[in-house]
Design a protein around this ligand. Sequence first.
Ligand SMILES: NC(=O)c1ccc[n+]([C@@H]2O[C@H](COP(=O)([O-])OP(=O)(O)OC[C@H]3O[C@@H](n4cnc5c(N)ncnc54)[C@H](O)[C@@H]3O)[C@@H](O)[C@H]2O)c1
Length: 346
Amino acid sequence: MYPGRGPRRKTLVTGGAGFVGSHLVEYLLELGEDVVVLDDLSTGSTRNLAGVADHPRLEMIHGSILNPQTVAQAMRTCDRVFHLAAAVGVKLIVEQPLRGLRINIHGTENVLTAAIEQQASVLLVSTSEVYGKNTADRLREDSDRVLGDPLLSRWTYAGAKGIDEAFAKAYHDQEGLEVSIVRLFNTVGPRQTGRYGMVLPNLVGQALRGAPLTVFGDGLQTRCFSAVDDVVPAMVDIERDPRSRGQAYNLGGAREISILDLAREIIRTLDSRSEIQLVPYEQAYAPGFEDMRRRVPDNTKAHDLVGYEPRTPLTTTIMRVAADLLARERLGSDAMPLVGAFRGVN
Ligand SMILES: NC(=O)c1ccc[n+]([C@@H]2O[C@H](COP(=O)([O-])OP(=O)(O)OC[C@H]3O[C@@H](n4cnc5c(N)ncnc54)[C@H](O)[C@@H]3O)[C@@H](O)[C@H]2O)c1
């Protein structure tokens, strides 16, 4: 605990205009919190926050976590930070590894050091990618990391997020930072964009267009998708629980499904005429691209702490994502003229 900390103030959400961040911001506002969003709108969009843009308890700041002054200024009135801003998505990371490393390592350290200055608590949002190629039946938080060649840009995201976690733990142990960590496993839902390589919105978009659903490799690689609506309340509950300090928690789905079966389920759910087309990884990304065959979480630790249980069926999420993509298409674009609502600080 920070000694002598005053009454509750505002909550900062970095990356609050992104997919997960925007759902978190809406949830915090519903809870009656005052929220400050810091986002550079690189992969996020003001459109994601259109439903709350005029909310009296929401302040939006357009700026980068790479700028320490911007971060310090955004955190000035806050005593809690949900840190989600990151370069995310396999495609983005493979194409721009340097940018990803800078944002995900230097940007995160800026957030952690500003939090110490402000005596703010932090929820660091990490990823199941940190487990790499470990195909264990149910990955526990203390499972080994099995990463490929560090010279392959594909592994830089896992490397950077692993360093973020190590930074967070070191600041906790050595400087008393109140920090908790969650590792998200393929979180899905409305507003997730397929532009940076996310599989579910890509396949749903293809099914809606009647185009072939492009499945990489042999399609037998498996994942456990979790609905953003299940994950966000658990993130807030974990952050609130003082027992979570210095700890990491998996937040994943319950059902293991191959990407081939996911494609079939999307076609069935949306009654699409599309077919499935297998695409070699080398063609989708680059020669030597590696993926993990399997990624299955053990959610026991989060369940025992805050009662986390992934409840939303995958078909429900597929329908919600489809409805969202259709609505966006009707609006014509991802970017709405809401940029004026953002206050630039750098
Ligand atoms: N969606 C998933 O399945 C998943 C899985 C594991 C972990 N995560 C983690 O969850 C968090 C949110 O991911 P998401 O899926 O919502 O992706 P997203 O791309 O929608 O969100 C990231 C947000 O961060 C912002 N951002 C990027 N660089 C920034 C910078 N330098 N300064 C300020 N803002 C910046 C982007 O504009 C965007 O709004 C990330 O930390 C990601 O690593 C997500």
